[in-house]
Design a protein around this ligand. Structure first.
Ligand code: FE
Length: 338
């Protein structure tokens, strides 16, 4: 008997989720993935996985919050074997809510750098997203750029654009600064940023880039893959990447990652997928599809990504971003960063 429990549930829940299947052989023996990573970024990966291993993958995509809510309410009745989502802040929340389980894999521990996976093995980062300084070369001399902290300097008054503090990316950035610099110093810096804002915070990174391009501001902080997407459409776009904090802790990085769900039933196949994703070919595909950096070292980069050059990344475990997320949110609120 072939059942379609996911389709049924999705319709009931009225979610705006995409449901898909990689490979044939739909039935009870397929692996199920809940993914906050968008369909066009995962389908080619799952297709390749199915081709190589014979394991079919059923997936549904939605934002992280509804997917985690759904996992929680489904409890041990869930069909999900893997949760895939972006940002260590979200992955940490999945751990806090008891939605994942530890995976003991020598291969994963060896392939994925220490700071890019949960210390208990409840999730692993598969691609690295660098959140860095972007500037317009006509209006900014990169010699005046230095650190994230430096964006609080007087010289950037009314020249800085940022995304809203409501989104997890900046919460993670600020959380990592708190871990590195302490709460007091971080609050001082965030207050400085707010003073320097050229406009109200934007709802997304692309809007920040467009504002810099349009001259509303001169400098901002975004994930590099958003710039990559704009460059894919317009290679002549005049926006440059600056790698801050190269003399100290390095560039703030986050991950897109995955873990085995607490109530996974196909644990063997789930482990096969988690390990397969750390292979060289899968890594290259996983990162390149979204113009990110592979988690595994030595894997080739997309040419657009490669042009930005090498940088030192902060190697503090990204799970710290999750641990300090709530405090970071309160700090930004106190500092007037909306
Ligand atoms: Fe994003």
């Amino acid at each position: 008997m072939v059942r379609h429990p996911l389709l049924g549930l999705t319709a009931l829940a009225g979610l705006a989720a995409a449901v898909g299947l990689a490979g044939c052989g739909a039935g009870d023996d397929e692996l199920t993935v809940y993914s906050a990573r968008q369909e066009h970024l995962i389908k080619p990966i799952f297709d390749r996985f199915t081709e190589e291993t014979g394991i079919a993958v059923r997936y549904i995509t939605d934002s992280a919050a509804p997917l985690m809510e759904r996992l929680k309410s489904e409890g041990d009745r869930t069909r999900a074997d893997i949760l895939m989502t972006v940002d260590a802040g979200n992955l940490h929340q999945a751990v806090e809510n008891g939605l994942l389980q530890s995976v003991d894999s020598g291969l994963l521990r060896q392939r994925i750098p220490e700071h890019l996976h949960d210390p208990e093995g409840q999730w692993f980062g598969y691609s690295v997203r660098a959140r860095t300084i972007i500037y317009h070369p006509d209006r900014v001399d990169p010699a005046n750029l230095d650190t994230y902290e430096g964006l609080a300097d007087q010289q950037w008054r009314y020249r800085l654009c940022m995304r809203t503090s409501q989104k997890v990316y900046n919460q993670s950035l600020v959380a990592m600064m708190m871990a590195r610099l302490g709460e007091e110093r971080t609050e001082e810096i965030v207050r400085g940023w707010v003073t320097n804002f050229a406009t109200d915070p934007f709802s997304n990174d692309t809007a920040v880039l467009n504002a810099i391009q349009a001259g509303q501001c001169d400098v901002g902080v975004t994930n590099t893959y958003y710039l990559g997407r704009l460059l894919r459409d317009d290679p002549d776009l005049l926006l440059e990447v600056f790698w801050p904090n190269q003399e100290d802790r390095g560039v703030h990085v986050n991950v897109s990652g995955a873990g085995m769900t607490r109530h996974a039933t196909r644990t063997e196949e789930a482990l096969t997928l988690l390990e397969w994703l750390a292979g060289d070919d899968a890594q290259e595909m996983f990162a390149a599809l979204n113009l990110e950096y592979p988690a595994v070292e030595g894997v080739p980069l997309d040419p657009i990504v490669e042009q930005w050059g090498e940088f030192n990344a902060d190697t503090l475990n990204v799970s710290e971003a999750g641990r300090l997320q709530r405090q970071a949110t309160m700090l930004m609120d106190r500092a007037g960063y909306r």
